[in-house]
Design a protein around this ligand. Sequence first.
Ligand code: CUA
Length: 159
Amino acid sequence: MMHIDRHEKIFIIVSILLLVVFATTLGVMAFAHGYQVPEPEMVVDPRTVATPGFSPFAEPGLREVGPNEYEAYILAQTWAFLPREIRVPAGSTVTFYVTSKDVQHGFRLENTNVNMMVLPGHVAKLKATFDKPGTYNFVCHEYCGIGHQTMYGTLVVEP
Ligand code: CUA
């Protein structure tokens, strides 16, 4: 049998244990806590994404797709989100579709797992359920120019 130094053996075992810990953490986050990776939902042309008839982002906003089920189409541009405010009743599940018509932006919705990079040409998608009434701000968290810090919007969950 091949001889392995005692210290080397310890390092091999520790490395394998770390991988097991990381894989377990990932599994618990994904399946027990519902963490998701933003899906690249579809590709759009940023030059026509805001043109009526070319994409759902030409009329950004909320669509009711079922009982307590909504889709939110949000268009990011320098330096605002369209629409600026969304209102849903408590207990709603909202699927967010976000894209940019100009430069790279971000979309982070406070107190939720929704955190996405928003790239022109790509539609980012994440889903969240809102049981607690309240105000949730969403902010752009990718530097996008001189007005970056003014780029935000609000999701209001009504009782
Ligand atoms: Cu948009 Cu920073």
